[in-house]
Write a protein that binds this ligand. Structure first.
Ligand code: THG
Length: 367
């Protein structure tokens, strides 16, 4: 039984009751909310994501809404990716940086109208940041958190379930594009997105009083495809090379170091926060990079993780930022954020709580 003491500062997701009813046994704190992480059988939850369809409470992906005459300007000032070609109905993955070019969040931006945007944020307070920058720049915008909570359906069978509930039109929704609609009178936005590389959708619930009802509609509709509860799966996302900002990054990490350079457009206007620093960083050469690390041994690492030092030739060259048993690779894998001089193919030693473990570096993604 999962026990959680509600307080005004740790907000329950609208799907909380439904996930408790599903047998949620573990959770994590993300954006001052509880994110379910397990329903008691991590192995089954992993294979369901790889082969079937998995239903996730990702209400922790909070929305920061920016509205008003200067909304598009503010959104670009906050984003190091060029948004000038972003269309209404389109989503974009956008790194946000501070003035030093350090990545502080990596939301999906949803453009609802020329003057209305949502940042669907990762784990840091972008509401405060957006408000402070709007004030500093004298911009005419309203910033709020709307009543919006995403639920994800991920896995190769997610599309069949969503089409069964919502109609075959969902099959032609393009990657990261979204559509406002209703399900049994419940207002939602449906987007082809989600924090896995197994395909699927996110359903942004726009009425927090309807969480259990929406959850159960998909739970029931998904029975023929053997749907079941799950959560963003560390093993899958590491195999797939997805970045977790705040976990895989530290307070000096720039987007180039963690393979996000393709989402940085150095020719955006000079007033974009961090872009001048990123131009200098790029010109001066990147000092660290993110590689995959496969540890020796065939015993699954225990769940739970803290940063670990990586040694090469007896010298600490960086950190291992996550480590998880990969059921498909049959090895403990993770990411290394290390000095640029240490390269894929080389062997290193990781200082684990249980002692030193050797491993080999390689390029990401693993799979
Ligand atoms: N969905 C929604 N909001 C979110 C997340 C999400 N907010 C928090 C967090 N996840 C933001 N981080 C990411 C990181 C990676 C991706 C999405 C959100 C992602 N990346 C793909 C990749 O790297 O291969 C594709 C990026 C691209 O090509 O544009 O999907 O999951 N609503």
């Amino acid at each position: 039984m999962f026990s959680f003491s509600p307080t005004a500062r740790v907000r329950p997701s609208p799907f909380f009751e439904a996930t408790v009813a599903e047998g949620m046994v573990a959770g994590n704190v993300y954006n001052r909310m509880i994110m379910p992480t397990s329903y008691g059988d991590p192995e089954a939850e992993y294979w369901r994501l790889i082969n079937g369809v998995s239903q996730w409470d990702v209400g922790v992906e909070r929305q920061v809404q920016i509205k008003g005459p200067d909304a598009a300007r503010l959104v670009q000032i906050l984003s190091v990716r060029d948004l000038s070609k972003c269309k209404v109905g389109q989503g974009k993955y956008v790194p946000l940086c501070n003035r030093r070019g350090t990545i502080i969040n990596d939301p999906i931006l949803l453009k609802h109208a020329d003057d209305l945007f949502w940042f669907s944020i990762a784990d840091s307070d972008m509401w405060l940041w957006a408000g402070a920058i709007a004030m500093e720049r004298g911009l005419n915008v309203e910033i709020c958190e709307p009543d919006v909570s995403p639920m994800a359906l991920q896995g190769p069978k997610a599309e069949d379930v969503v089409a069964h509930v919502m109609g075959d039109w969902v099959r032609s929704l393009k990657y990261f594009w979204f559509q406002e609609t209703e399900i049994a009178g419940i207002p939602v936005a449906l987007q082809r997105s989600g924090w896995s590389k197994q395909g699927g959708f996110e359903i942004y619930l726009k009425d927090g009083s309807k969480g259990t009802q929406l959850w159960n509609i998909f739970k029931e509709a998904g029975q023929p495809w053997d749907i079941g509860p799950g959560a963003p799966a560390t093993a899958e996302r590491v195999e797939s090379g997805l970045v977790s900002v705040g976990g895989d990054t530290d307070d000096a990490t720039n987007p180039f170091e963690v393979r996000l350079g393709q989402y940085v457009d150095l020719d955006v206007p000079d007033d974009v926060i961090g872009i001048q620093a990123l131009r200098k960083i790029k010109a001066g050469g990147i000092k660290r990079h993110q590689l995959g690390l496969i540890l020796d041994g065939d015993t699954p690492a225990p769940m739970g993780f803290q940063l670990e030092d990586i040694f090469y030739g007896g010298v600490c060259v960086g950190k291992m930022t996550n480590c998880m048993w990969s059921p498909r690779m049959k090895a403990n894998i993770g990411y290394a954020l290390i000095d640029i001089s240490v390269q894929a193919g080389q062997s290193v030693s990781v200082q684990r709580a249980s002692g030193a473990v050797s491993g080999r570096l390689r390029e990401l993604p693993f799979l």
